[in-house]
Structures are given as structure tokens and as C-alpha cells.
Design a protein around this ligand. Structure first.
Ligand code: AMP
Length: 392
């Protein structure tokens, strides 16, 4: 697989697939981490005097009313501020305006093309990797750089489509290189290797558990998913979130890997899913029917810390409680702080756990915080990533 530094891009038109899928509120960007994560590759192309044409998706486009909500122009404005340089936004994904703007480019000019998923409105052309679309986008440049780690597990026209139409002229950018380097630590982890899993649904993490349970020395389970495991053990879990369908899966894992699976021993319980109600800490065996567990308790924190203390490699996916509520973020924040303070090599696998670390100002203090939740999960499941296969 080629890297951006293997290409001679001087004065060339470089198509770069970025991941600018930033969270928006009332049309404003509320977290620009993903834009910042793309800067290294863009700055390198500027230094190399390339002509830079950027592509990204933003949100989902299912109907006409999704277009305005997911207009990529806000990203052009923020990117231009970060680079202190003009970024020409083309409000189209194809056609004469785009082609004309590209043919007028000078070295170091930057164009951002409108949201690639605008092409999904009719026939899901981007998301179903429409052949003609990938070929068309590939025809607009001399080289292609895929730097969108967040979509590497998807076969879309703007990543796989372009790459397969210019196989000798495609490479990965610095962000994907950095993500793959960090995740490759998990291919041959230094033991003890500890997996921390939290979040809401067991269903989303079955593949990860199946793939990692053999390799890991311990799997620490928190978050709502712990309650499905506890239910599988026959405990009363009150009104805690339950993934009923997956109780048999949990029973099997607990049967086959009893010593590896570490479940909470206490939990912060309340009667209402809100940040306003009072809560109590209870032993895991003491929940009543109307109580729900929204965070791990202090004894569980201690139990997890004692295991993490010995760990040489940690991968963590999913928060250990409802970190969005101030009352129930303690478990997640305390354990995050613990791995940072004790210099434990920890990889945060994207999505909510990275958001939690970011809120606690710990995102940049852990060994690696991945920018791609879904992509990291599929990597951890041991699946092939189509975006990478297309570049190999
Ligand atoms: P996931 O996308 O599966 O990683 O789930 C993340 C979500 O899990 C977050 O929005 C958390 O609020 C939620 N979560 C974590 N712990 C709990 C819990 N004990 N009860 C309900 N939701 C939880």
C-alpha cells in the first residue's frame, strides 16, 4: 500500500477523501477535531505545491430536506480559518462549474467539493459505489489520497470508487497511516492485554468480543451492556437497559471464558433516566425492579483499576456509564484519568468514548484516540476494510 510520501505530487491535482463528518448544532460545528485531523495531509500537499481537491461526506442524505442540514460549506469556512488560506467551496458534486474551477487551479489552491452524499438523493450513488460516479471523480485529478479513516470500512464511490479507477496513483494520507500504526499494536499486543467494553448495545460489540476474547487476558464490561451479561447470570437488573436477544450469547461467553469476563460488582442506580433524580450506589445483587443502573460504582472502579494496573496494552470501546449526564460520568472519567496517570498504553476506539475523553480533556493524553468508531470496531472484529483493500 502506497503512502502519500511515495508520490511525486508537485504541481499535480490531488483528490483527497477527508473525513469532515463533524457534529453540527443549529448549523454550527460543535467539534472540529476531524477537520484538524486532516490538516497534516493538507499542509503536506501545500508544501509540495499540489493543487488540492477535497471530498467528504457529512451526515446522511435520504430526502430533499436533508440537503440544507448537511451542507459542507461550514467546513470550508472552518478549514479556511484553520489554514489561514482561501478554500474555494464548490456547491456541486459534479458538472461544468466544478470542472472549470479545477482547470483554473494554481499550485497550492484548495477546493472543497459539496457533500459527496448529495449524490445519494437519487439512487444512492455515493453510498452504493456507483461505477460511473467513481470513474467521473477519478477523472478530475492526477492522484488520489484516502485520508478518511472514519469511512475506511465502507465501499463508497468517493473512496473505493476513485481508488479502483486510479490504482497506481492512489495512496493513504497521514491520518490513516497514524490510525493503522496505532491499531496494529493490537495485532500482537503486549500482554497482559485488557479490553474495556461499555456503551449501550451488546449487539454492536458481539464481533469484537468474539475476535478478542481469545487474545485478551481480561475483558472488563461496563455501561448498559453489562446488564445483559448480569441478566444472563440470573441477576435482577431492574429497569436497566437490556439487550434481550443477546442473553444467550452472553451466557455462552460467560460459560466459556468465565475467568476473563469481569463484570461490575456495584452500580449507581436511580428510578428515572435523567440527570435530575437522586441516585444511590448499590451492590449489583441488590437492585429492585424499578431501579436502573446508569454507571459503575466505586467498588467496580477499584476492581477495574487493579486489573488495569497490570496491563501493558488496553483497547477501550464504549463509555462505562451515561457519560452525557454529570451524575453518571464518574466511572468513565475516573478510569480514563487512571490510565492516563499511570501511563497505561490505551487505545480509545472512537465514537462515544473519545467524546467522553474529549469532555474530560484527556483525549490527547491517552496513547491513541481513534477518529473512527465504526472503522475501529470493524478492525477489532478482524474484518477486511474495503477502503484499504482498494488501495492494496
Ligand atoms: P455505544 O454507541 O454502544 O458505545 O453506546 C454509547 C451510549 O451508551 C452512550 O450514549 C451512553 O449514554 C450509553 N450508556 C452507557 N452506559 C449506560 C447505562 N448504564 N445505561 C444506559 N445507557 C448507557
Amino acid at each position: 500500500m502506497k503512502k502519500i510520501t511515495d508520490l511525486d505530487i508537485n504541481n499535480k491535482k490531488i483528490l483527497i477523501r477527508c473525513d469532515f463528518n463533524v457534529p453540527l448544532k443549529d448549523g454550527k460545528i460543535i467539534d472540529d477535531t476531524r477537520i484538524k485531523a486532516a490538516l497534516q495531509t493538507i499542509n503536506y500537499c501545500l508544501e509540495q505545491n499540489a493543487k488540492i481537491i477535497l471530498f467528504s461526506h457529512l451526515g446522511r442524505i435520504k430526502e430533499e430536506s436533508d440537503l440544507k442540514k448537511n451542507d459542507l460549506k461550514v467546513v470550508a469556512t472552518r478549514l479556511s480559518e484553520l489554514l489561514n488560506k482561501e478554500v474555494l467551496f464548490i456547491n456541486e458534486t459534479r458538472g461544468k462549474n466544478l470542472e472549470q474551477a479545477i482547470s483554473n487551479m494554481q499550485p497550492q489552491d484548495i477546493i472543497l467539493v459539496q457533500n459527496t452524499r448529495y449524490e445519494d438523493l437519487e439512487g444512492k450513488k455515493e453510498s452504493s459505489n456507483d461505477k460511473e460516479l467513481g470513474k467521473y471523480w477519478a477523472s478530475l485529478g492526477d492522484y488520489f489520497i484516502n485520508d478518511a479513516f472514519g469511512t475506511i470500512h465502507r465501499a463508497h464511490a468517493s473512496n473505493v470508487g476513485i481508488a479502483t479507477n486510479m490504482p497506481e496513483k492512489s495512496a493513504i494520507g497521514f491520518l490513516i497511516e497514524k490510525e493503522l500504526n496505532a491499531l496494529s499494536v493490537l495485532d500482537h499486543p503486549t500482554h497482559p492485554f485488557v479490553v474495556v467494553l461499555g456503551g449501550a448495545k451488546v449487539a454492536d460489540k458481539i464481533g469484537v468480543i468474539k475476535n478478542l476474547v481469545k487474545k485478551a487476558d481480561k475483558i472488563l464490561i461496563g455501561g448498559a451492556m453489562a446488564f445483559t451479561f448480569l441478566k444472563a447470570k440470573g441477576l435482577e437488573i431492574g429497569s436497566s437497559l437490556l439487550d434481550e436477544e443477546n442473553i444467550p450469547f452472553c451466557q455462552n461467553v460467560l460459560k466459556d471464558y468465565a475467568a476473563k469476563m469481569i463484570l461490575p460488582v456495584d452500580t449507581a442506580v436511580t428510578k428515572e433516566y435523567s440527570d435530575n433524580e437522586e441516585y444511590k450506589v448499590k451492590d449489583i445483587t441488590a437492585l429492585s425492579k424499578e431501579e436502573m443502573g446508569l454507571d459503575i460504582g466505586p467498588k467496580t472502579i477499584e476492581l477495574f483499576e487493579n486489573i488495569l494496573k497490570e496491563a501493558n496494552t488496553v483497547i477501550w470501546n464504549g463509555p462505562l456509564g451515561v457519560y452525557e449526564f454529570s451524575k453518571y460520568k464518574k466511572g468513565t472519567d475516573t478510569i480514563l484519568q487512571y490510565v492516563v496517570d499511570n501511563n497505561i498504553k490505551t487505545i480509545l476506539g472512537g465514537g462515544d468514548i473519545v467524546a467522553a475523553a474529549s469532555n474530560a480533556n484527556l483525549k490527547d493524553k491517552v496513547y491513541h484516540s481513534s477518529t473512527g468508531g465504526g472503522a475501529t470496531l470493524e478492525y477489532l472484529e478482524g474484518k477486511e476494510l474495503p477502503g484499504l483493500v482498494a488501495l492494496q
